[in-house]
Design a protein around this ligand. Structure first.
Ligand code: TRP
Length: 463
């Protein structure tokens, strides 16, 4: 280990580290956001670009974040600075970590609001509100929740509060125990939902929708949305994985962990697709209804299946826990930086969470009081976007890709090649050559080209 790093905690095993990275990756991004963005963007073409982005952009970056984190041994800010110094570069590389900390704060502000929806749906499902209900009645429950700022604010506060308590007590021990049990259960319940949807509803229509790309649908907006979602879903681009890898022991194979994390997250995204879209097509629901999709479609299954109230409750509890595991990683990015700057964890975690909760009110009101507030109404392509829409766009489609470019440049050009190879346990050879090719050229260029395409007139910016 490099000598200047103070004693730190470590994951107790390789599996614990793997489950924690899967816990960070799998969350609302895969189960809520992936299906609704696929629906909004017309299906197969979006899915294809998403998968391409995962392979070409996200996989190399995840490996890079792991290498920087374990080498640096600090928060995202500290790790960048430490590794830069070791490589003979300026410690102000730490600013790349600051960008991540700011982005994670903004993401958590809206993530927690949606985390609150999952909490609100637990008592709703458990009390049998969906059992035997008709489709319009089911959709009405989310509509009513979104129209009620008070209830949304409370559940958002509850979600943020639980996140803060866990981060306050220290991530490793609490998180480790929780994810080891709950992540496997999450896969199991998704499997139940997929089987139900395939048996009772139109699985072929869902497969056609997901896997038949209509290339005429690939515009700059679709591409950048897909890339943004790939960053978001795998938790790449703002240092979450740097932060977690800092706690990884020497015996852990980082590139293997990266591969498994990505495979697990992508698998669960597709499970979510196959739990939701068959019902959408069988019941003639709207694929492009945006953020409401999962919350209005899955309860249709819970209303009809045997033991639906039980299965539904279990699903929302597990979804809450998955979202919580992701939210913890988001808050930890920010808090580990504060702790490193000398603020005690017991103070840093609750105050960051409180501030973030307050920022989240902008998202809460986007669905009711301020649904007509469109701050960038004068800007072409951003008309009609609520505060939530803009936050989501700014973080996923701008800040995460920019963070990605910084990670790529750092790992490809600044960090010593020998240090990279040592962290990844690679010798010079085909794998190392391919990874360096990706991280030095392909990944950053792909991101830059897409951003340029998006913001030139021919890219029909916004929307
Ligand atoms: N990946 C998580 C999800 O899909 C969200 C998340 C957690 C995240 N940590 C992150 C997104 C860091 C970007 C960066 O729900």
């Amino acid at each position: 280990m490099n000598g200047k790093v103070p004693a730190r905690q470590f994951w107790s095993s390789r599996t614990a580290f793997l489950l924690a990275t899967i816990g960070s990756a799998v969350g609302l991004g895969s189960i809520w956001k992936f299906p609704y963005m696929v629906g909004d963007n017309g299906g197969g073409a979006f899915v294809l670009v998403y998968l391409g982005a995962i392979l070409i952009i996200i996989l190399p970056l995840l490996i890079a974040e792991f290498a920087v984190g374990r080498r640096g041994g600090g928060s995202a800010v500290g790790s960048f600075a430490n590794v830069a110094e070791e490589s003979g570069a300026s410690r102000s590389w730490g600013l790349a970590g600051v960008l991540g900390a700011v982005a994670s704060f903004l993401i958590l502000s809206f993530y927690s609001v949606v985390g609150g929806w999952t909490l609100a749906f637990i008592p709703l499902t458990a009390s049998g509100s969906f059992t035997g209900a008709g489709v319009p009645e089911i959709a009405g429950h989310l509509t009513a929740l979104l129209a009620d700022p008070m209830t949304l604010t409370l559940y958002h506060g509850l979600f943020m509060g639980v996140t803060a308590v866990i981060v306050m007590l220290g991530v490793i021990s609490g998180l480790e125990r929780a994810v080891t049990i709950l992540m496997p259960l999450m896969f199991a319940i998704m499997a139940v939902l997929v089987v139900y949807a395939l048996v009772t509803a139109d699985g072929f229509a869902a497969a056609r929708f997901l896997f038949t790309p209509d290339f005429s649908k690939i515009t700059a907006n679709v591409v950048i949305d897909a890339i943004g979602l790939a960053f978001f879903s795998i938790s790449v681009g703002l240092g979450a994985m740097i932060t977690y890898a800092a706690y990884a022991g020497r015996d852990i194979d980082l590139s293997e962990t990266a591969l498994i994390t990505i495979a697990a997250d992508t698998f669960i995204s597709f499970m979510a697709g196959f739990a939701i879209f068959p019902l959408v097509f069988s019941y003639g629901l709207d694929v492009a209804q945006g953020p409401a999709l999962m919350f209005q479609v899955l309860p249709v299954a819970f209303s009809k299946m045997p033991l639906g109230a039980f299965v539904g409750t279990a699903f929302f509890v597990l979804l809450f826990v998955s979202a919580l595991a992701s939210a913890i990683s988001l808050l930890e990015i920010f808090v580990s930086w504060l702790v490193e700057s000398g603020i005690p964890r017991l103070i840093a975690a609750p105050s960051a969470a409180l501030l973030c909760w307050f920022a989240g009110l902008g998202t809460v009101y986007s669905f009711n009081l301020w649904s007509g507030v469109h701050p960038l109404d004068g800007v072409r392509g951003f008309e009609n976007q609520t505060i939530y829409d803009l936050l989501d766009f700014l973080t996923s489609n701008i800040m995460l890709p920019l963070g990605g470019i910084l990670v790529a440049v750092f790992a490809g050009y600044v960090m010593r090649r020998s240090a990279v190879l040592e962290e990844l346990g690679w010798k010079e050879g085909v794998i190392a050559w391919a990874w360096f090719l990706a991280i030095r050229f392909i990944t950053p260029l792909a991101i830059i080209l897409v951003l340029v395409w998006k913001f030139t007139p021919s890219g029909n910016a916004g929307g």
